[in-house]
Each structure stands twice: as structure tokens, then as C-alpha cells.
Design a protein around this ligand. Structure first.
Ligand code: NAD
Ligand code: UDP
Length: 339
């Protein structure tokens, strides 16, 4: 029988792409989202891509009653938990809102899962839990440390999940530490649609290419990297989405607790990304090299050996595919979902 999976935050960037990967793998995903950082239009787009009527509940993970009702009504077998606030800068300004949404929200979800006897959870963690890593590639046993409230919320949740796993038999939990998710579904119907000025590199580049922004500020040209600009592990969001399916399948078959990096295992610099995007789009991406952004590390990329060993998962899509898909999304939807 097909398994019903609740995806909290499923209308967001990564959740919406994971919806498609879950359907393709034969699961029945049910989305819970309050749209605090997403657009309801994504739901119609998901129906167009999947040719299926979507199951959706508008609501907040901090609403215990609602969670209890969803678990009862939909016979949920496991939860993929994306819902949360994710901006580092905003978390410094509004720590209480971040702790409330991310930590209280997760506690509430865990308690509702316990009451409903649902014990399988995949959690969206982040490479941010490595703080300022001493070297790259980064493996899962590197020291963890948080440098801002957002990162602290992820670290605290990882610790809570470890405690829950140790204290109560029967839990199956995957903490997936994402590196830099980018790109879009190849249909060009869904993608990343940040509100206001993008904080992240990829959507910023795409908005320069389409003419919404004049130029990109490259934060730092004097890092000890091969071209002086920052190096990151950019992973296609559909590879990441498939990583969630692999994690679920691991939990169903092997059970237990799993903490793994989801990245490509390769670093790409800011200048390399600009060049790849220009090539894929045929558009010019003007840029200026400016001061470093406070808090940024020079290089950060994943050791992905464990994910491959444990789940048989590797990222398959190339940088060119990432840029082509991101450009298809951006050029078909110049103003995001509100185009
Ligand atoms: P996103 O903001 O696009 O998606 C999050 C979704 O959760 C949004 O649709 C939002 O409306 C919803 N949401 C937030 N709080 C909610 C609540 N209390 N109740 C119900 N819905 C709520 O973000 P994303 O990029 O898809 O990230 C998903 C998860 O992955 C987040 O937990 C994020 O911290 C984590 N993550 C993201 C990245 C990244 O670069 N995008 C990297 C590492 C980890
Ligand atoms: N970056 C940049 N200009 C921007 C946004 C990002 O030069 O407008 C650089 C940033 O300094 C880092 C890389 O691009 O070296 C990736 O940044 P992003 O914010 O996307 O991811 P993170 O720093 O969280 O890994």
C-alpha cells in the first residue's frame, strides 16, 4: 500500500521539489504550510507537474490540535519536516521569532507525533551546524557550533532529536544537513522565489540576468581560494529532494538514527558560478567585487561518503543543469510565482 507522508513546509522551495520526488517514488505526500514564506500558486503548479490532485492543509506546526487531526484523518506513516524560518540575518534581529517557530514548532510536532504513535521523521538540518569549519571537505563528525540564532535553532533541534531517539524505543530519525540547494524543477514551473532582495547567490545571479537587478556584489575577492572568491557546495534541489526519498527508504528498511550531509562533494566559487550561469542563460551577469560579508567562511563543501554508503544516494545533476534549470524557472517567471 502507498504510504502517506506529511510534509511540513511543503509549499516552500525544497518542500515543493520533494513533493514531486515523493510522488515519483510512489508515496502520497500531504502538505501542511502556513504560507509565511511561500505562495499558494505553488500548489497549482505541483498539480500540473504531477497530474494528481494535491492534498493540502493550511495551518501552523505550532497548532497541536490541527496536527492531531491531520494524523488521524490521513493515516500518516512518517513526517518530513521542512517548516521553519531560514534567514540568518533575520534570525539575528528576531531571535525569539526564530526560536518560537523552529524550536517550539518542532517540539510541538514531536509531541503530536508521539501521541499519534508516528515515529519516523526526516528533518531539514543544515551545513550551518558546522559553524566555521576548520577545513573542507566537511564530514559529519566535524565539531558543531552555531554562529547565529538560525544555526543555533538547527543545532538545538538536532540535539533534541538525538535525546528523543535515545529515550524512547521505536523512533526512526534522519537529520539531513543540506549544503547549498539551488536550481529548479526542469519543468520551469516551480523554483526559488525569495521575498524582496535575495540573500543567496543563485537567486541574485538569476535576477541580475533577467534584468531585475543591476549587478551582483561579489562578497570578497581576497579569500585563500583558487580565484579569491568564496567556494560552496551547490546541489541541485531535485538531487536534494531525491535525498529525502533515499532517507525515508533507509528509515523504513534499516531503521534507527541517521545524520548525513547532502551535497555534491565539490566546491564551486562565486566567479565559477557566474560564468556557468552566463553560459547556460546566454545572458550577461554584471558584478562588482566588494568587501567580504561578515560571518562568511572561505570554503565549505561536503564529504558525501556517508550518504552514499548508508543510503546509496549521490547527487547526479551537473552545474550546467543547475544553471539551465534555474534560468528556465527565472525566465519563465520573471517575478517569481506572481509573474
Ligand atoms: P522555505 O522558506 O522556502 O520553505 C519553508 C516553508 O515552511 C515555507 O513554505 C513556509 O511558509 C513554511 N513554514 C514556516 N514556518 C511554518 C510554520 N510554523 N507552520 C507551517 N509552515 C511553516 O525554505 P526552504 O529553502 O524550502 O527550506 C526548508 C527547510 O530546509 C528549512 O527548515 C530550512 O531551514 C532548511 N534549509 C534550507 C537551506 C536553503 O538554503 N534553502 C539550507 C539548509 C537548510
Ligand atoms: N555571495 C555573493 N554575493 C551575494 C550573495 C552571496 O558574493 O549577493 C557569496 C557569499 O559570500 C558566499 C557564496 O556567494 O561565498 C554563497 O552565498 P549564499 O548566501 O548563497 O550561501 P551561504 O553563504 O549561506 O553558504
Amino acid at each position: 500500500m502507498k504510504k502517506n507522508i506529511l510534509i511540513t513546509g511543503g509549499a516552500g522551495f525544497i518542500g515543493s521539489h520533494t513533493y514531486i520526488a515523493l510522488v515519483a517514488a510512489g508515496y502520497v505526500p500531504i502538505i501542511l504550510d502556513n504560507f509565511c514564506n511561500s505562495n499558494p500558486i505553488v500548489l497549482e503548479r505541483l498539480e500540473r507537474i504531477s497530474h494528481l490532485q494535491l492534498k493540502f492543509i493550511k495551518g501552523d506546526i505550532r497548532d497541536s490540535k490541527l496536527l492531531g487531526k491531520i494524523f488521524l484523518d490521513y493515516n500518516i506513516s512518517s513526517v518530513i519536516h521542512f517548516a521553519g524560518l531560514k534567514s540568518v540575518g533575520e534570525s539575528v534581529e528576531k531571535p525569539l521569532e526564530y526560536y518560537d517557530n523552529n524550536i517550539i514548532g518542532t517540539l510541538n510536532l514531536l509531541m503530536a507525533m508521539r501521541s499519534a504513535n508516528i515515529q519516523t521523521l526526516v528533518f531539514s538540518s543544515s551545513a550551518t551546524v558546522y559553524g566555521n569549519p576548520v577545513s573542507a571537505p566537511i564530514s559529519e563528525n566535524f565539531a558543531r557550533c552555531a554562529t547565529n540564532p538560525y544555526g543555533r535553532s538547527k543545532l538545538i533541534i538536532e540535539n533534541i532529536l538525538e535525546d528523543v531517539y535515545q529515550s524512547e524505543p521505536g523512533w526512526n530519525i534522519a537529520c539531513l544537513r543540506y549544503f547549498n540547494p539551488v536550481g529548479a524543477h526542469r519543468s520551469g514551473l516551480i523554483g526559488e522565489d525569495p521575498l524582496g532582495i535575495p540573500n543567496n547567490l543563485m537567486p541574485y545571479i538569476a535576477q541580475v540576468a533577467i534584468g531585475r537587478r543591476d549587478h551582483l556584489n561579489v562578497f570578497g575577492g581576497d579569500y585563500p581560494t583558487h580565484d579569491g572568491t568564496g567556494v560552496r557546495d551547490f546541489i541541485h534541489v531535485m538531487d536534494l529532494a531525491e535525498g529525502h526519498v533515499a532517507a525515508l527508504e533507509y528509515l523504513y528498511s534499516k531503521r534507527g538514527m541517521l545524520t548525513v550531509n547532502l551535497g555534491t562533494g565539490h566546491g564551486v566559487s562565486v566567479l565559477q558560478m557566474i560564468q556557468a550561469f552566463e553560459q547556460a542563460s546566454g545572458m550577461k551577469v554584471s558584478y562588482k567585487i566588494v568587501n567580504r560579508r561578515p560571518g562568511d567562511v572561505a570554503e565549505c563543501w561536503a564529504d558525501t561518503t556517508l550518504a552514499e554508503q548508508k543510503m546509496g544516494w549521490v547527487a547526479r545533476r551537473s552545474l550546467q543543469e543547475i544553471c539551465e534549470d534555474a534560468w528556465r524557472w527565472q525566465s519563465n517567471n520573471p517575478n517569481g510565482f506572481n509573474s
